[in-house]
Design a protein around this ligand. Structure first.
Ligand SMILES: [Ca+2]
Ligand SMILES: [Ca+2]
Ligand SMILES: [Ca+2]
Length: 443
């Protein structure tokens, strides 16, 4: 253990102790908690290898369906919910069993998720199990199911009508959602790269929900995205796009991008030209669709300034006919997202340790505050190992204009200095001591 790290852990333990003492005597106060690290972003001691992604993990799901006789049952549908649907749980993933009676897939979940609820409805009987997430795995056995041979399957895809979200479409069978059928994940950006900015992470605030549409084999055939631009706390005009892991040869078409003529060049399928992997530019200028309120310079980051309704974009990506991928083969949404800054397509800003696309100007790496080194796959991290973008699951309330994220979220420093192993809920915990609400944007 490095002496610095040891000292850090010691400091954090003291902080935790102080905070605990404070909380026990002053429960309702949520501001000015003594003992919370008041370091500025640049003072943080961040491990060089920390990639800031310790908020979600890919969890393997394995569900088995057996008959009363102990035989595997095919085409049994399972729904995976955030918690019991009887008490407000929301659908995340669903699919059906194969010849071995298995439904297996991969689902990105917040690292704070401890349980999910799995439900099957079989022979009009609904069976529900609450299942823990253990070592990035979810396993469940549903046995004693009575085989039912009377079910209709109008589109002949093998998935009975009662289980088929698309009962008249042979290609499609199920809707699975990230993060779930009602929620959104967040991407937040600083746009001064390669200079360090003010770390308010509101220069571009995007929330999104994916629908991964799968077939009778639980393989993805179509991807739908709801993409909401919530705030642009910047004077620059930025665009947003993402790189898929896939070659465009495997893709049929993308619909829904909002591009003005003459800036972004796309092929007849809608993907950006000159890219080795498929790149979708969702919009080329947030300023075009999301104007600041009259007299204002930034949108939805200054409390008291008129609120602008967030812009919503619907994207659809069709895979080529007869091409499908397991969820894990597609990669984890939002795959490799990025913004590009102020009408300069070559100035891309990605999540830490995610590579640029072929359009990026790589001569900017290692300049100003940036400390990227493509040779060791180190990207978009500063000399102090700080990021320019963060991916945050679920609802997230971003800081006000000019307020660094660690002034709004008081356990951010501890989380970051512990490389994500402590205070994993820094962004979602509303208990006393976790956030300073006066530093968070509201309208
Ligand atoms: Ca069917
Ligand atoms: Ca179908
Ligand atoms: Ca800002």
């Amino acid at each position: 253990m490095k002496p610095g790290l040891k000292l850090n852990i010691f400091r954090i333990l003291i902080l935790v102790f102080l905070l605990g003492t404070w909380n026990s005597c002053k429960k309702d106060e949520d501001e000015n908690i003594p003992g919370v690290s008041d370091k500025t972003m640049d003072q943080l001691l961040i491990d060089r290898l920390f990639n800031w992604s310790m908020v979600t993990q890919n969890v393997g799901i394995s569900i088995k369906a057996l008959s009363t006789a102990g035989n595997p049952l095919r085409f049994v549908r399972f729904n995976v919910y955030t918690s019991s649907p009887l008490s407000g749980g929301i659908l995340m993933f669903c699919g059906c069993t194969d010849n071995d009676g298995l439904y297996e897939t991969t689902i990105p979940l917040p690292v704070t998720t401890e349980n999910v609820t799995i439900v099957t409805t079989y022979n009009n009987e609904s069976i529900e199990k609450n299942v823990p997430v253990l070592n990035m795995k979810i396993s469940a056995l549903f046995d004693g199911l009575i085989p039912d041979t009377t079910r209709n399957d109008a589109d002949w895809d093998g998935v009975p009508d009662i289980f088929d979200d698309y009962p008249a479409d042979t290609i499609k069978a199920f809707n699975s959602y990230i993060p779930n059928a009602a929620g959104f994940n967040h991407l937040i950006f600083e746009d001064d790269w390669p200079n360090s900015g003010d770390y308010d992470f509101n220069d571009m605030v995007i929330s999104y929900r994916f629908n991964l549409i799968t077939n009778f084999q639980n393989q993805v055939v179509q991807v739908k995205v709801i993409l909401i631009t919530e705030a642009t706390g910047t004077l620059q005009h930025d665009g947003f796009g993402f790189q898929l892991l896939l070659d465009t040869v495997l893709l049929k078409r993308v619909y829904g991008s909002r591009l003005k003529p003459g800036f972004i060049h796309v092929d007849d399928k809608g993907f950006e030209t000159g890219q080795r992997k498929a790149v979708v530019i969702a919009f080329d200028d947030a300023g075009d669709m999301f104007l600041p309120p009259s007299g204002g310079k930034v949108t939805n980051t200054v409390s008291g300034s008129p609120y602008v309704t967030p812009d919503t974009l619907f994207l659809t990506i069709d895979l080529k006919d007869h091409i499908s991928f397991p969820v894990s083969g597609l990669g984890t949404p939002f795959f490799n997202p990025f913004i590009f800054v102020n009408g300069d397509r070559t100035r891309e800003i990605h999540l830490p340790d995610y590579p640029p696309t072929d359009k990026a100007d790589s001569t900017l790496f290692g300049t100003f505050s940036d400390n990227s080194n493509p040779i060791i796959y180190r990207y978009y991290k500063s000399r102090n190992n700080l990021p320019w973008a963060l991916h945050i699951p679920g609802n997230f309330r971003y800081p006000k204009e000019g307020v660094a994220i660690n002034q709004a979220y008081l356990m951010f420093n501890a989380w970051a200095e512990m490389s994500g192993w402590g205070f994993k809920d820094w962004y979602q915990n509303t208990s006393a001591g976790f956030r300073n609400n006066s530093m968070i944007y509201s309208h």
